[in-house]
Design a protein around this ligand. Structure first.
Ligand SMILES: Cc1cc2nc3c(=O)[nH]c(=O)nc-3n(C[C@H](O)[C@H](O)[C@H](O)COP(=O)(O)O)c2cc1C
Ligand code: SF4
Length: 632
């Protein structure tokens, strides 16, 4: 397919971009050095995205003042000492013909007290969404000091060779908390009305011009909504965009921020399609003369091309899609879309980042490790048996085949794709099917055999990449014939028609939540019973919230902190957080509690990289598979 609009050059605030494909700013969470300087690993990650064909790279949140630090090893620009490392980053990116902009950042009320050593700063003493700490209301002197810090950051960025800078007003960090009426309750010149709320960003712009030069391009990321009642909505966003355009900004990128309604309303996770904020961009484009960028789950060039061709925006921004595959653009432009490692919106990358484990992807463990040597040929070719075809097993098979081994993947009667294939049966998670399609292309390209059963021939290495042995609940009085496994239902081994109408799903993780959702969508009356303090405990918040909302929309009752006491004549008795509850009628129990690992066999070189349901845990297993497959 051709992408005439995406591939056409554009000039943005004086920057000549070779095409209209832009990398979204994404925190690398721990890839920079301890002091915030860029290093070889960090540089290699960005360079790979530039090599992959994007016209503009935007850095992650880059700290302009220590009082805004949100996480350890946050990339920094608050001192001249950061310039040399960042210059090397700029050179690495530019040698591939891409331009590069730095995202200037101060965390405001989201700054970490532990890292900055005092209460965080904000325009008003309002805790950030999801936080309890009440920030210090900034004095005018503190505000002016930070305006200066942004300007100094921009000056350093220019000295390091950046093509421009951008103000991060896309999330409720410091600048947006001045701009949003829900955050800024000040009655002085930095609040009171729209002009007062815009004073902070506009003064930053003035000071950047004075420090870094009037011709240095400045862009901004702004939200179409901040998900706060009385906060930013799209008409307010248009006003903000007009004020920024009036101040001569180079571009605006229209995203959404994260207020209290974000979990209920955000379409940034799987199941909502591509270009989820395109209408916000279009609304902004209709009122400003400067280039407008659109972001939000673009996974294919085709979707981005159609939004640009429809005139809704001027440039398309790719975030997770280029975490999954840095070469998304290059592969698609040569017509090789089938070989693009897909982003399935599983949010494992967010969870990895928020655990300060750097940046990576469930389907591409090489993300975040671009500076490491590539897969090298093995000195001797071996016969490798991979039991299980989920993400970790497929990563092992791929890497082993690239090393030159003979690889056979055994599905063992489970669907190809392992647990990912089962998840893809759930309506909101259908896009996981793209991962299975990609696995199929991989096995065909690399000559990996896919067999249902273990063949009768010797193997040198055996890799167990199956989930393991299913766990069942212990329910006194329950006849074993009333229990069925969630995996059997999702795989179609047990038909939905044969599942009773009134069921209790047992399990504490995402697996249980999604099995309950699948059954509820099929019209069953479902009670979700979790032993943990919360249902879907230890699941990344946005994923848990998305599934939780869908469960309540389907009338699923959730009971957490429960232990089964007995089952008698259709009544399930539970001990719940010290009390007692009876659930009736219950005709059948669905076990979705997970799996216990299988023991390693003796007498053969063997490894385990378990297939697991929850994406963050699965990504860690895929990373393990990638490491082991390179070394055995
Ligand atoms: C791991 C990760 C880190 C992110 N860090 C930032 C950031 O530093 N600055 C920012 O403006 N947005 C950040 N975002 C949001 C993305 O830039 C982007 O707006 C969002 O992921 C939606 O785009 P996508 O659906 O193409 O991923 C981050 C997203 C991810 C996945
Ligand atoms: S971890 Fe999941 S959401 Fe993140 S880039 Fe990879 S596939 Fe996409």
């Amino acid at each position: 397919m051709n992408y005439p609009v995406l591939t056409s050059p554009i000039t943005v605030g004086g920057m000549h971009l070779k095409n209209r494909m832009v990398m979204s700013p994404m925190a690398t969470y721990g890839m920079a050095n301890a002091d915030g300087s860029s290093n070889e690993r960090h540089r290699a990650y960005y360079e790979a995205r530039a090599r992959g064909g994007l016209g503009l790279i935007r850095t992650e949140t880059t700290l302009v003042h220590l009082s805004g630090k949100c996480w350890p090893r946050q990339l920094a620009i608050f001192d001249d000492r950061f310039i040399p490392g960042l210059s090397r980053l700029v050179r690495a990116v530019k040698q591939h013909g891409a331009s590069i902009v730095m995202q200037l950042h101060h965390g405001g009320a989201y700054a970490s007290e532990a890292l900055i050593g005092h209460r965080p700063l904000a325009p008003s003493p309002k805790p950030a969404h999801g936080r309890s700490v009440i920030p210090q209301q900034m004095t005018v002197e503190q505000i002016e000091e930070l305006e200066h810090a942004f300007a100094q950051g921009a000056r350093r960025a220019r000295e390091a060779g950046f093509d421009g800078v951008e103000l991060h007003m896309g999330t409720v960090y410091l600048i947006l908390s001045f701009v949003s009426p829900a955050q800024n309750l000040r009655k002085d010149v930095y609040g009171s009305d729209f002009n007062g709320r815009m004073r902070f960003p506009l003064r930053i712009v003035e000071k950047i011009r004075a420090q870094a030069g009037a011709d240095f391009p400045i862009g901004a990321r702004i939200p179409g909504t901040d998900y706060y009642e009385g906060g930013v909505d799209i008409s307010y966003c248009q006003q903000v965009a007009k004020a920024l355009a009036g101040a001569g900004l180079a571009y605006v990128d229209v995203t959404a921020a994260q207020g209290p309604n974000v979990l209920r309303k955000s379409p940034l996770t799987m199941g909502y399609g591509e270009g989820v904020f395109a209408d916000y961009a279009a609304a902004v484009k209709s009122v400003v003369p400067i280039p407008v960028m659109t972001v939000g789950r673009y996974q294919t060039l085709a979707a981005a091309e159609s939004v640009l061709a429809a005139g809704k925006a001027d440039l398309a921004v790719f975030g997770r899609a280029v975490l999954a595959d840095p070469a998304l653009a290059a592969k698609s432009l040569r017509g090789d879309e089938r070989r693009v490692i897909p982003c399935i919106g599983c949010d494992a990358c967010f969870a990895i980042g928020h655990a300060n484990l750097g940046t990576s992807c469930l389907l591409n463990p090489e993300t975040g490790h671009e500076n490491e040597p590539g897969i090298s040929k093995a000195t001797r070719r071996r016969n490798v048996l991979v039991l299980g075809s989920g993400a970790p097993g497929m990563e092992f098979a791929r890497a082993a085949a690239l090393r030159g081994h003979n690889v056979a993947v055994i599905t063992n009667g489970a669907p190809f794709g392992g647990l990912l294939a089962l998840r893809a049966a759930i309506s909101y998670a259908r896009e996981i099917g793209k991962a299975i399609d990609y696995f199929r292309v991989t096995v065909s390209d690399l000559g990996i055999e896919v067999l249902d059963q273990i063949p009768d021939r010797p193997f040198d290495v055996r890799v167990d990449a199956r989930p393991g042995v299913p766990t069942y609940p212990s329910i006194p009085g329950l006849e074993p014939s009333r229990i069925v496994l969630g995996e059997q239902i999702l795989a179609g081994v047990v038909s939905l028609d044969s599942v009773a109408d009134h069921i209790a799903v047992f399990g504490s993780g995402l697996y249980a939540g999604e099995v309950a959702l699948y059954l509820a969508e099929a019209g069953k009356k479902v009670t979700l019973v979790a032993g943990s303090a919360r249902v879907m405990e230890e699941v990344y918040a946005r994923v848990a919230a998305t599934v939780g909302l869908r469960l309540s929309d389907h009338g699923v009752r959730s009971i957490a902190g429960a232990t089964a006491l007995k089952f008698e004549r259709g009544t399930l008795s539970l001990s719940v957080k010290g009390g007692h509850e009876s659930v009736a009628p219950i005709e059948q129990i669905v076990a979705a509690m997970g799996w216990e690992p299988l023991p390693l066999p003796e007498g053969v070189e063997a490894y385990t990289v378990a297939d697991v349901w929850e994406p963050f845990a699965a990504a860690r297993q895929s990373a393990l598979a990638a490491r082991v497959a390179r070394d055995f």
